[in-house]
Design a protein around this ligand. Sequence first.
Ligand SMILES: [Zn+2]
Length: 102
Amino acid sequence: MCRRSAPNDQPLDRGIVWRLCEELEPLVAQLEAETNQQFSVVRVREKRGGLRVYVNQGTDAICERIQAAEEESFLVCEICGEPGSRRNNRWVRVRCPEHGEE
Ligand SMILES: [Zn+2]
């Protein structure tokens, strides 16, 4: 479900999003079994240098994982996943030293 929902044409925190999807999979399976409703990621976007993940339903455990990924996204480069910091040139972006000027 995450592969379908994640944008394929941009490298938006891909490592974090993939890892998040793997972490969520067992939690989602449990949630879907309990609610009989399909879980879906409504939207994945970048907001002020960080990741934002919107879902149609979630448990506390799911929300915790998503929040952790969102917080982690402020610390890694959006292009390569290396440690980075927020940079304010035109937009707020998280970039490592190598990708800082892009
Ligand atoms: Zn980088």
